[in-house]
Design a binder for this molecule. Sequence first.
Ligand SMILES: [Zn+2]
Length: 394
Amino acid sequence: MGQLAETREFLASLIAKYSAFFDIIKGDTLPANIAFPLLKACGPARWSYAQRSHDASTIHPFSVQFDSMVLGAACAIIGVDNSLDFEILANLPSSCGGLGLTPYRFDGDDEAGRAELISRLSPAATRTREAADPGTWLNGKAWLGSAADFKSALLVRVGAFADIKRPVRCPGCAFRLSKDGAYDHAQGCANWKGYGPTHRHTSIVHRTANLCRAAGFDVSTEVVVGKEGETIDIIAIDNNGDEHWFDVTVCAVTAKSRRNKAFTQNERAATERKRKTYETLALAHDATLTTLFMSHRGVLGAATRALCATLDELREWTDGQGNSAERIISNTCIAASARIVRKAARFVQAQPDLPAAPADAAEAPDGAYQEEEAASPAVAPPDPDAVNTAPAEL
Ligand SMILES: [Zn+2]
């Protein structure tokens, strides 16, 4: 037997050996928040040595097989069909909005390779990628939700929820939701009851309050501070007796408004609004006011990151896994947002078709982003035939 034939036989045997690992990982015995991080940590790495120790033309057909085993396992864990968009998003590093499953069949690891991959994404997948968080939760270490939340967050990340085929009406505010606006709307509509933005806000407040307690602050939540019922999410008193007021603001930035307003502009605007509402009260209580701003995808604003850094310095105990405060808060947010999408998807699938929109139905007004506290149950139902992607900011 020639040397090349022997090499090929060896590589084929490696593929057979590794396929057992992928079969186990894609079976239904492991929950997604265990299976996916395992795939990410131990899947692609298996081929690294083989790839480096053989010449490109010999190993290429085997690398193609190996990559397809990785992608097949990812599809099975997440519960999606393979597609070109999925392959690209799976292969891109998590810092680029992908899943971080390094490919071997081509060079997608350098900057030029990545740019080439990104250029082949469909417009919908491009939007999905651009909206993605940095993906630190993908290794599962900091995951603070359920296995179902993790799976939903993976589905959001690969754009599986991006497209519904027909418009539906929001069960909370009766807005007619365009076919690509329903999930964005669910992220911002406090009238859509259940595991909605209000629940997400509460989860983040409680998680942050616990981090403050672990850092030695004396902490109260949901404290009424004004005569008009103004409420502060978290009041934390430090060792010097200084009082800190923290207002949690989660901003559901929709695809529409994202084009118009950068994250920092949104953060500045929210901080300014909170300052107007609470500054006088804070002065009267001799307290400092901080707006803890974040996007619904768990991207944290500057003041939130600064508080997290302080908490990490002060915390006497950790969550046992060494997670930073930043990761804990971000992951709490991502898990809650994934839950909102999962619930909205179940609703959308169960809806009957709506009659066609009137020909003169205009695009929804912009300002398509809102904070959960902003929505009031007293809002009058809008014109039921108005087309909207998200409620207007109140
Ligand atoms: Zn609504």
